[in-house]
Design a protein. Structure first.
Lengths: 228, 228
DNA sequence: TACTAAATGTGACTATTGTCACAGGCAAGC
DNA sequence: GCTTGCCTGTGACAATAGTCACATTTAGTA
């Protein structure tokens, strides 16, 4: 892939949207272009974290396996998203794995390169700080949702989080299987199924050929804030 | 309070331990010294976030109230901890309140001052990035724990999180009431009580005059990783 | 000290959600 | 086309944890 193409991809995404050309050039020059097949791990839980990734294309799932074997999905990443910055920054090991859920490409940046870039382009640190602030906000909102609400409102929240903002008629960004939805929303597959059936009954969502579509966005938002 | 004293307090804590004198001086010069009584809010959920706080003394609770009224405690902050950086960085509103649980003092830094300091002392940004990385790690570990484990292991984790590392015989950093422990660990007060009684029976913890003490740290760690 | 409010201990019951079991359906590849 | 494997639908049941109710203890303060 040519540097110019990479630069275009990077520039399209929020974190890099206001990078100047020198910054983009530096990222590309020092980064390694990586490609992954569906199912490959971009980052593996337990590894030392000596690099940072910028997702260029495809989608990936961030998840952790608890010591009792339970899988917890933390997030789904799209192109433009920065991954693996936590371990890079604090020197600890990777606490979660990132797995490609479709063919995916990324720019890999080593710690040394990252530190040079940070030192050279001081806006970069501020941009990263903002990205991380968003992530903390999201994590706190997950904790709040998991704690304060029962399964119904919770599933509603996770569906809304997966819903495409302006796009056509309630389609989700990703077509997850019900088991995957379960790992994401923290409920059993069976319970997901029953909840979706109930909502399907009430015309709140439609389940067609395994894919969920949100029919009544307002209603779902309302459920997401419900008392029980 | 004199600048010198402030400087000493700041320098004792990780984030500022390797600040040079100019950085410390800048923080103190531009910051406002604030004092709070027990129960006062240092930060109020829903407010615009135009300042950052550095806790100088005392302890505070970070918590959010969900739309259904449920209170979720995210963390307890000690002296040295930076608070409110998220809203400051991303310009959003405060997603959680921070409440003094005892008489508390803090250094308040406005956005303008903060930006000047960041611009002037470029190590500051890196230090903050590290602090935030830790916070994300902690948040992810809360999500993992809440999702993957049942109440027993979960309470064990939260007790361990409150336990003082090197200090004398299993005392906790804070003496929380069982209701507060419940809000922190995400369980009902009654359930906390029963679990503590059971562990007290098994010599894993001791409950004396309302205060919890960890007797068998190894056992509690083991429970924290248990299958169920 | 005595009075009051808050925190704790405990039983009985309920609600929510997970688990197990199994049937049917859809899709990919031989 | 047929077969294999994953995903989906659904019933019955079990387990975990919450709720309610109330007795009891502790702590704070007039």
């Amino acid at each position: 892939m040519k540097a110019e193409e990479l630069a275009n991809i990077l520039a399209e995404h929020s974190l890099f949207a206001d990078c100047d050309e020198a910054e983009l050039a530096d990222l590309i020059l020092r980064g390694h272009f990586m490609q992954y097949k569906k199912g490959d791990d971009l980052i593996m839980q337990g590894d030392p974290g000596n690099s940072l990734l910028i997702l260029l294309s495809g989608n990936a799932r961030t998840s952790m396996i608890a010591s009792n074997g339970h899988e917890v999905v933390l997030d789904y990443a799209e192109a433009g998203q920065v991954l693996g910055e936590i371990a890079l920054l604090d020197g600890g090991e990777r606490t979660a794995s990132v797995t490609a859920i479709e063919p995916t490409s990324a720019l890999s940046i080593t710690r040394a390169a990252f530190e040079e870039i940070l030192a050279k382009h001081k806006n970069m640190a501020l941009r990263l700080l903002k990205v991380m602030a968003k992530r903390i906000r999201m994590a706190n909102s997950m904790i709040e949702g998991d704690r304060a609400y029962t399964s119904g409102p919770r599933l509603a929240r996770y569906l809304l989080r997966l819903s495409v903002v302006g796009a056509d008629e309630g389609r989700l960004k990703l077509d997850l299987s019900q088991s995957e939805l379960g790992n994401f929303a923290g409920m059993s597959r069976e319970h997901i199924n029953r909840q979706l059936s109930a909502w399907s009954e009430g015309q709140i969502v439609a389940v067609e050929s395994g894919k969920v579509r949100i029919l009544d966005h307002a209603m779902l938002s309302h459920i997401a804030e419900a008392d029980s």
